[in-house]
Structure formats: C-alpha cells, structure tokens
Design a protein around this ligand. Structure first.
Ligand SMILES: *Cc1c(COP(=O)(O)O)cnc(C)c1O
Length: 364
C-alpha cells in the first residue's frame, strides 16, 4: 500500500553528488555533513550510502551516538563539540571527534581524566561570529591543546564561511586570508569550505572540505539551481490526489477563504500538508506536478491536505500521482523561492509521518 505522502531517496544521486564534490575539490578529503537527520533525508540511510566519504559530521553528540549504534565505523566529527563535561566523556569514550571553539571546552579538556585521547577540530572565528576563537585567542588555544594529554597531537584547524553563497562578496576572500594568516606556522590539516566554498571558492579547499546541501543535490546559491552544477536531487516528495471536484466561479477554497475561483474549474485535493513538512506559507500559485503537469496550488495549505487548480490537467482522477518537489522539473529550490524560505528548511522540515523508500525499492 503506497502511503498518501511519502519520500523517495535516490541514493545513486547522493553518490553522484559526492563524486561531484571530489571533482570540484580535487584530492582533498571529504567530511560529509549529515546533521539534522541528514538534512531531513534520514541519518542512517544516508550515512550508509556515504561509505566513500572520509568522515561524517553531525551537529550534536546524540546524532553521533545514533550513527555508532547503527554500526557506522567511519570517523565522526561533532560540529558543536561538547557543551558539558558529560558530553566530553561520551565523545572520548566513543572515539568521536570534536570541534573545540570556546574556553570552557579548553578547561574541561584540561581536567578530563580519560585515558583515551580525542581528535580535536580547533575552530577559528574569521567573521561568522558564531562559534570559534578570535584570531587573538587562537594561538593560545592551540598551544593549550598541544599540552593537553587527552588531545591527540594531530589537530585539524578549521573555520566556517559566512557569505560564501554570495559569489561577489568580498568577505569570503577576507575570511580565507585571515584563516591562512592565523594558522600559518601551526601544524595540522586545515578545513574551510562548505558547499558554497566548494562550488565557488577554490581558495577554500585546504585539506578537508565539508559539503552539506550539495550532497543532497541542492544549490546554496539563490538564483542558480543545482542543475547548473550537475547535482542531482536526492529527496523526492510525493503524494496523490485524494479528491477531485468542480468548484463554481466565486467560491472560496480552504481555511480563511482567501482564494476565490475566478472561473468554474476542476479542483484537486492532494493528501499532503504542513503536518508532513510542506510549507504552510507556500502561496497560491506555487507549482505542483499532477501527472507530471504543472498546476498551481490554490488556497491555504492545511495540516494534511492542500488544494490545486486542475484546469490544465482536466483528465486528472483520484489516485493520480503528485510531485511536491525533487525532480529536475520541480526542484526544492523553486518551492523555497515561492515559500520565501531556503531549501534547507524545507528538507529539514519533512516530518516523521512521511515514510521514505529508496529508489529502486518497490512500494509495498
Ligand atoms: C552545516 C555545516 C556545513 C555544511 O554546510 P552546507 O552549506 O550545507 O554545505 C559545513 N560546515 C559546518 C561547520 C556546518 O555547520
């Protein structure tokens, strides 16, 4: 029985996108970023399909634990590091790697009584002003860690780009220069680039790149979608028509009655809503594919349903397939634009109710 709203994961596309990362960044190592349930695609399925990545990154400790529980044996980096002594102990005991970005963490490491050592990714703040040591404090932090018995000698030095998705923004070059100046003379591998860095800023490749959205076939650039980079969408989001009816000119549709039919038309009800992660703020006119034909969303999106105008698809019947996003003719980037958000939030926002199947598996 096919679920009314479901996702399809194209794992071949995921691997293709990883290959694209390597094509862009040459021989450098790849830390595949799969935080937030692998950007909504399913942490474990994605991790298993990315065995060719050199290491995996998540944001939080519990995500790393989940990976380990499921038998993932790759290196796992926790991007927020640890925010308590307890978390530090869990990281060390499990052999996870941690981003270190504040002085509290330095103190906890210094007083840590574990016998095992941990690999540290030491973070420099070059202008993002979120996590990381300032250029003034960075050297001191580095030398502090060099003398810390619980820290493995081989550290990775990293920073994060704030504006790399703005292709003409001067800030990215400034961040890269500041990073290179600050790490000059310190031993250790280096890492700067997120997806936007990989796609647009060659100087950011260093020793490790950290792709996230690009792996999932999503472009980080507004106005330049993933096809331009030969990336393939990994998540397809689908539903079907659960009702088809004619509505008369002047009738209002859905909550709030904001949308009124300008003419008598055929209307379809699709079995997907914001309770599945379709954006409630998608306005009338947002494209939806019914039987591969583009039709406009009309009226407000509800929790379990949304409504479409079937004037251009008059042969549609109950049960017909509906695509919300994730095919080349309807990318999540386009829906994000209509909904006045970014693709990341749409992908991460897919809810637990949506069942996922892998491309090639049959729907049972
Ligand atoms: C999320 C994240 C990335 C990946 O970012 P994308 O824009 O999705 O490629 C890389 N590095 C860090 C530190 C991150 O938090």
């Amino acid at each position: 029985m096919t679920p009314v709203a479901y996702g399809v994961l194209d794992l071949a596309a995921l691997r293709h996108n990883l290959t694209r990362v390597r094509e862009y960044s040459g021989g450098v190592r790849v830390l595949a970023v799969i935080k937030a349930n692998a950007y909504g695609h399913g942490l474990i399925t994605v991790a298993k399909a990315l065995e060719a990545a050199d290491a995996l990154a998540v944001a939080r400790v519990h995500e790393a634990i989940e990976l380990k529980k499921e038998g993932i044996t790759q290196r796992i980096v926790v991007l927020e590091g640890f925010s308590s002594v307890e978390e530090l102990n869990v990281l060390v005991e499990n052999g996870f790697e941690a981003v270190v970005h504040n002085t509290e963490q330095l103190a906890w490491l210094e007083h840590c009584s574990q016998v095992r050592a941990i690999t540290v990714w030491l973070k420099l703040d070059t202008g993002m002003n979120r996590l990381g040591f300032s250029a003034c404090d960075f050297h001191q932090a580095y030398h502090h860690l060099v003398n810390c018995s619980v820290v493995k000698p081989a550290m990775v030095l990293m920073t994060h780009l704030a504006n790399a998705d703005l292709i003409d923004d001067m800030m990215t070059s400034q961040q890269i220069n500041q990073f290179n100046t600050s790490v000059n003379g310190l031993s250790g591998e280096k890492s700067i680039a997120n997806s936007a860095g990989i796609l647009a800023w060659k100087d950011s490749y260093a020793d490790w790149v950290r792709p996230g959205c690009m792996l999932f076939g999503v472009s980080p650039f507004l106005g330049k979608d993933s096809c331009a980079f030969n990336l393939k969408p990994v998540m397809g989001f689908y539903s079907r028509l659960i009702a088809v009816k004619s509505v008369q000119k002047g009738e209002a549709i859905g909550y709030g009655g904001q949308w009124r039919c300008e003419r008598t038309t055929l209307m379809g009800v699709v079995g997907v809503g914001y309770g599945d992660g379709y954006p409630r703020h998608a306005p009338s006119g947002t494209p939806v594919l019914v039987n591969k034909t583009r039709v406009p969303l009309i009226g407000r999106v509800s929790m379990d349903m949304l409504t479409v105008d079937l004037a251009d698809c008059p042969e549609a019947v109950v049960g017909d397939p509906v695509t919300l996003w994730g095919v080349e003719s309807l990318l999540v980037e386009e829906i994000a634009k209509y909904a006045n958000t970014i693709p990341y939030t749409l992908l991460c926002g897919i809810t637990q109710r949506v069942q996922f199947i892998n491309n090639g598996d049959s729907l049972c």
